[in-house]
Design a protein around this ligand. Structure first.
Ligand code: NAD
Length: 460
């Protein structure tokens, strides 16, 4: 269903520009009201959201609550802090500016475009919207057409609770994206793959539109010997196989100290059984692959590799069992692109230097995981690697901490959001300097003759 005819895109943007010009969104009370409306709308449609995600991804209800509907926490956080975030902040001035005062005013950007992916299709379109509303913008949302049921429910919720001149949804695929990208926006917030990210940035460049790119990549997970094995395997199993591995910050592959590899593999087998039973296809708690195309791509990874756990699949259900593979070579296709599915390769190391060198030889990942209690090792990995974020002794949980900016670096993205970072992403920081009239020193005015020694002194 296309809620908004594509031919109307220009008109929606024009209407939003006019609405923005009224100045209504600059009122912080208005923004708080809209955030409250959004929260209520989500609560009201909880069941429909659960059903949409079940239809798109066979997403278990509990996972929908903890990874999609939990976006409500972000709304509460924004409501709590918005008055403070939106206040102008005093900035210090140096002594030679003694007659001046300086302030930074956060101001909304205008009309923003938010393009979402299919893997957490509700949360990843609503979470940036919270930042856009909090910062006082109008917004157009383009959910992923691949998670079509969720796209529909997002469109229904927004159309029911918001004026399209303020927030509108445009449904559709590449064609809809392209139509939108041809227009000028004041910011584009994109979540998706690196290849499409480049297309978005090229389109934005034509209008000099700033972008936030929340991309993906291969997030490594280092496992040292100094760990609680039972907790480690459970946390890795959860982070890797939640949503059947279709998580941008899922551990993509394991880098395991050789000494603990066997115990780790035994532990993973045990925790997988604990989570999903003997036959995960029958588990109500295990998701499915989003589409035939992604299913085929993942099944191809399993050709000519050594499967040590799982490996079964069922094309009619787009089911792939939680799978662990060993003795993986860096040239295997599974190590050449982001897996984004329930396949976990294991690579062993004897010295941490090898693991660090491998990570540093590849594009910077979105997340890096380290399981180790060894403080020196933690320090070394933090110092010698670069990634969007790091989580030590756990997986994926970093995404739930509103005070931590979330985003990539290098190939894994540009910019960040969540909590205050979302507000900042959708705000312009307007610097305002004010002088007074009680004094007017003439050192900077022409004629300059004889003033150089004083200027040199001031600069020195
Ligand atoms: P995708 O890049 O294929 O699609 C994302 C969005 O872009 C969709 O709305 C789609 O309609 C649109 N799109 C696709 N092709 C386009 C084109 N040629 N021109 C314009 N728009 C186009 O991504 P996806 O498959 O939906 O999601 C998977 C990727 O997203 C993975 O790489 C994953 O790591 C990444 N991801 C990142 C985050 C994050 O927070 N950093 C979160 C989730 C997913």
């Amino acid at each position: 269903m296309i809620t908004t005819e594509l031919s109307n895109v220009g008109e929606i943007i024009q209407n939003q520009r006019e609405f923005f010009q009224t100045g209504k969104t600059k009122d912080v009370t208005f923004r708080i009201e809209q955030l409250k409306t959004l929260k209520q709308a989500i609560i009201e449609h909880e069941q429909a959201i659960v059903e949409a995600l079940q239809a798109d991804l066979h997403k278990p209800q509990v996972e929908t609550y903890i990874t999609e509907i939990s976006v409500i926490k972000e709304i509460d956080y924004a409501i709590k802090h918005l008055q403070n975030w939106s206040k102008p902040k005093k900035a210090a001035v140096s002594w030679d500016f003694f007659s001046y005062s300086a302030k930074i005013y956060p101001e909304p950007l205008g009309v923003v475009l938010i393009i979402g992916p299919w893997n957490y299709p509700f949360q990843l379109i609503i979470s940036p919207l919270i930042g856009a509303i909090a910062a006082g913008n109008c917004a157009i949302l383009k959910p992923s057409e691949i998670a079509s049921h969720t796209s529909d429910i997002v469109a229904k919720i927004i159309a029911k609770h918001f004026d399209p001149a303020y927030i509108a949804v445009v449904e559709g695929g590449v064609e809809a994206s392209q139509k939108l990208l041809a227009e000028k926006f004041d910011h584009i917030f994109f979540t998706g793959g690196t290849a499409v990210g480049k297309i978005i940035m090229a389109a934005a460049a034509k209008h000099l539109t700033p972008v936030t790119l929340e991309l993906g990549g291969k997030s490594p997970c280092i496992v040292d010997t100094d760990i609680n094995l039972e907790h480690t395997v459970r946390r890795i199993t959860w982070g890797k196989f939640i949503n059947a591995g279709q998580t941008c910050i899922a551990p993509d592959y394991l880098l395991v100290n050789k000494k603990i590899k066997k115990d780790l593999i035994d532990g993973l087998a045990k925790s997988l059984k604990e989570f999903y039973g003997d036959n995960p296809i029958n588990s109500p708690d295990y998701a499915r692959i989003i589409s035939q195309k992604h299913f085929d791509r993942l099944v191809n990874f399993l050709k000519d590799v050594e499967v040590i756990i799982g490996g079964e699949n069922q094309p009619s259900e787009r089911y792939i069992a939680p799978t662990v593979i060993d003795h993986v070579s860096l040239e295997d296709p599974v190590m050449e692109e982001e897996i984004f599915g329930p396949i976990l390769p294991i690579i062993e190391y004897t010295d941490i230097a090898e693991a660090i060198a491998l990570i540093n030889s590849r594009p910077k990942p979105l997340a890096l995981y380290l399981f180790s209690q060894d403080k020196n090792l933690q320090k070394r990995v933090l110092q010698e690697t670069s990634s969007g974020g790091v989580c030590i002794n756990d997986t994926v949980m970093q995404v739930g901490v509103s005070s931590l900016p979330f985003g990539g670096v290098g190939d894994s993205g540009i910019g960040n959001y969540h909590g205050k970072a979302s507000f900042d992403t959708f705000s312009h920081k307007k610097s305002v300097l004010q002088n007074s009239f009680w004094l007017d020193l003439k050192w900077r005015y022409a004629p300059y003759q004889g003033k150089l020694p004083l200027i040199k002194k001031l600069l020195g």
